[in-house]
Design a protein around this ligand. Structure first.
Ligand SMILES: C[S@@+](CC[C@H](N)C(=O)[O-])C[C@H]1O[C@@H](n2cnc3c(N)ncnc32)[C@H](O)[C@@H]1O
Length: 274
């Protein structure tokens, strides 16, 4: 496999939730900057229409990432006006829970109880999405997620905003430079964080723990992402008679690739009797 297992601060249960939330808030800013919501809304909208599903269950949501914006765009599409979004995470984000409590009538809620993506047996019904969170799963767990979705006949859409294609030696070589660039970027991105708290400001500009951890996790994510060929390995041996897998590159309006996706959907039953 091209993917390697590195640590990310975000994954440690002892990592302070305030810092973790500060980091996922920054990822949400990055999504807005890159225009990921539009691309995702097209991919997700297609599956919802094809499979006639009216709920999205997002796993590893962090502070929500691009999904609230994605839902807004989806609501503008024909027959998808009533789609609901349930955000979940192994470490639920208290600010996001408060923000997305359905009171706005926006059809978004955030599960207060932790939901482990590795344990899909009891996952709520709906289209499962994993946005920039699949790389957190080790190969055995990643395969179990795919196998579980197949067994349950539940649609799943996995998206990573970067493709893992850089040779590893080059990644190590460029690491000091990439970390420095990311740390500096955080200083400029932070004013766009919503909601911007004193804690986020303190741990960015006065004691820059968030920029350092964000930069490391951002860089460590890249070689942890499953390359398209790695995904082929994960899918090997899964039954294909009732379930189809498709992977590729979502395209922006200007035709440029933006990240990679893996889509799994149950085959539609033919009830024609023929
Ligand atoms: C890189 S963040 C992505 C957050 C959000 N989806 C986005 O795109 O901004 C990865 C998220 O996965 C969560 N996570 C890690 N392991 C998980 C697991 N086993 N089950 C559910 N969530 C997990 C982390 O807590 C973190 O919020």
């Amino acid at each position: 496999m091209k993917r390697i297992q590195l640590f990310e601060f975000e994954d440690f249960s002892w990592f302070p939730s305030g810092l973790r939330n500060g980091m996922t808030n920054l990822i949400a800013v990055l999504h807005r900057m890159m225009g990921i919501s539009e691309v995702l809304a097209d991919c997700i909208g297609e599956v919802l229409q094809e499979q006639q599903v009216s709920r999205i269950v997002d796993l590893g949501s962090g502070s929500g990432g691009p999904m609230p914006e994605v839902l807004k765009i989806i609501h503008e599409k024909k027959e998808l006006e009533n789609v609901e979004l349930l955000l979940t995470d192994l470490y639920p984000n208290p600010h996001a829970i408060k923000k997305f409590d359905r009171s706005e009538g926006d059809k978004i809620s955030y599960s207060e109880s932790p939901v482990d993506a590795k344990d899909l047996k009891n996952a709520p019904d709906g289209l499962l999405t994993m946005i920039n969170s699949f790389h957190h799963m080790r190969p055995k767990e990643a395969r179990e997620i795919l196998a579980s979705a197949t067994e349950r006949g539940q649609s799943i859409l996995i998206y990573e905003m970067v493709e893992n294609k850089m040779p590893l030696f080059l990644w190590w070589l460029l690491l000091p430079l990439s970390l420095t660039i990311l740390i500096i970027m955080v200083f400029f991105m932070t004013p766009f964080v919503k909601p911007l708290t004193w804690r986020q400001i303190f741990f960015t500009y006065l004691l820059p723990v968030i920029p350092i951890c964000y930069a490391w996790d951002g860089q460590a994510s890249m070689p942890r992402i499953y390359a398209l060929k790695d995904i082929d390995l994960l899918l090997e041996g899964l039954p294909t008679d009732k379930y189809v897998w498709e992977q590729g590159y979502p395209l922006k309006k200007n035709g440029k690739k933006l990240g990679t996706y893996l889509k799994g959907t149950p085959l539609k039953q033919n009830f024609s009797g023929s």
